[in-house]
Ligand binder design. Structure first.
Ligand code: R5P
Length: 291
């Protein structure tokens, strides 16, 4: 019997994955010590009697430093309970965008996180990492899982001559994946120059969008700067409806206000991060990779 253990921020995805796999969902207690440190505990009966020699999957999005610590503690508790195989699923890998030292003196933060997570697991799955190369930072085998295909699921069936647009060249593959899953439409991409964490400049292509529905596809929406700039260009060019889709709706600061304020028709995201705009689950694609 496979058991799924969830981080506190990934409970819905863990439950969906348990359903997909026919696995048991472990009760977990999340709390804090009086000094503010995190406390997690597996259900005592489960830990004492039924994880010995079992395959256990720990699911934990690491969108915060606390979530990183919580994941390491859960891995330790699962090992302590005698699991024979421990698979760690990172629905969202925090610090994944700091995948190189961009200036002398900077850490490769993605590698530092990967090393810590590696020490407690036999295998890692990372859903749509910002760069697939981060998988090489893990010591056990790490596999990238493509979460983009499910982004086509919530789109209206009757999109008008749709364009699937990547707001920068790096997201082109994602836009193609969503277009292929949707079944029709063209793809295009803009170019992006990032001036700071919040300031981006979009250089549009000459794609003709007037009267067409546009689906903008990215891996992450963080501050919403990239998406809102892209949406602004599309509105100026008389696009019909503009839909925003992303795998990871990080939604830092006032991202939602920026997007709705830019005039988007709808925002769709997966459950790698559990947000108000979560409309579809990556559980089936994770289950496919595991089976
Ligand atoms: C970066 O290249 C990523 O693919 C996203 O475009 C970026 O993380 C989005 O960040 P923001 O929403 O802050 O513009």
């Amino acid at each position: 019997m496979t058991t799924i253990v969830s981080g506190s921020a990934s409970q819905s995805l863990a439950a969906a994955l348990a359903r997909e796999l026919g696995a048991r969902l472990a009760p977990v207690e999340y709390d804090r010590f009086p000094d503010g440190e995190l406390f997690v505990a597996l259900d005592r009966d489960l830990a004492e009697s039924s994880l010995d020699g079992e395959r256990v999957i720990v699911v934990g999005a690491t969108a915060s430093s606390d979530a990183h610590v919580e994941l390491l503690c859960l891995q330790d508790a699962v090992r302590e309970a005698g699991a024979s195989e421990l698979i760690t699923i990172l629905p969202y890998m925090g610090y994944g965008r700091q995948d190189e030292a961009f200036e002398p003196g900077q850490p490769v933060s993605a590698r530092a996180m990967a090393r810590a997570i590696s020490s407690g697991t036999d295998r890692v799955l990372v859903v749509t990492p910002h760069e697939r190369d981060v998988c090489s930072f893990f010591e056990p085998t790490a596999t990238a899982v493509d979460g983009a295909a499910v982004l086509a699921d919530p789109l209206p069936a009757a999109l008008e001559d749709p364009v699937f647009l990547a707001p920068d060249a790096g997201a082109t593959g994602l836009a193609e994946t969503v277009r292929d899953a949707y079944g029709r439409g063209t793809t295009d991409h803009f170019e992006k120059t990032r001036h700071s964490g919040t300031d981006v400049e979009i250089t549009p292509s000459n794609v003709a969008v007037a009267g067409r529905d546009v689906v903008v596809v990215d891996d992450i929406v963080a501050t919403g700067g990239t998406m809102s700039q892209a949406v602004g260009v599309l509105q100026d060019r008389d696009a019909c409806r503009v839909f925003v889709t992303c795998v990871h709706a990080l939604l830092a600061r006032n991202a939602l206000t920026r997007l709705w304020g830019a005039g988007v028709e709808a925002i769709y995201a997966t459950d790698t991060l559990e947000r108000s705009v979560t409309t579809t689950s990556v559980a089936p694609v994770i289950a496919d990779v595991l089976s």
